[in-house]
Design a protein around this ligand. Sequence first.
Ligand SMILES: [Fe+2]
Length: 175
Amino acid sequence: MKSELPESYETFKEIDLLHRYTDRLFLEHQIHLMKNEWEAALGKFEKVYEFRNQNISDEEELLIPLYGSILKKIPEGGAVQFFIREHKLITKNLLKYLRLLGKKALNPEALNLDLVRLFDEYYDLKDLFDHHDARERGFLFPALDEHVVTKERGRLLKIITKRQNTLLKKWEDME
Ligand SMILES: [Fe+2]
């Protein structure tokens, strides 16, 4: 799949494009599952896992502490602990399914994967992504775009762009 990620980020709100990118990868993952293509399904899921984790690290290391320190009053719904808590939940869930899919890909015969049940669980996971992404679109990114000075914004977005391009390159080389 051709990446539709921006080559560089100019504003914080554009980071949501990465969220959309992982949503598309997740859909591709599900299509592979429906065709019983376990190895390919695992590959797509690993990609979701790595891009989501990179995004979480970027936010927790570079964005959320800044967000917490520059706002005079943090709005209700945009509390720092909400972002962190949801990140933990996302990571925990991704890891859980990564293990399961890994087992299935390693030995498809030995493990019976109930796809109906799995897709049912995925509904909750996708809900968690949607909920979390909406919170960042609503609070985190706009606040940073409004309050962080241009020079600092450029510096941070450059770091995020660079990390993302490294990850993209790694996957391009593997696929
Ligand atoms: Fe996040």
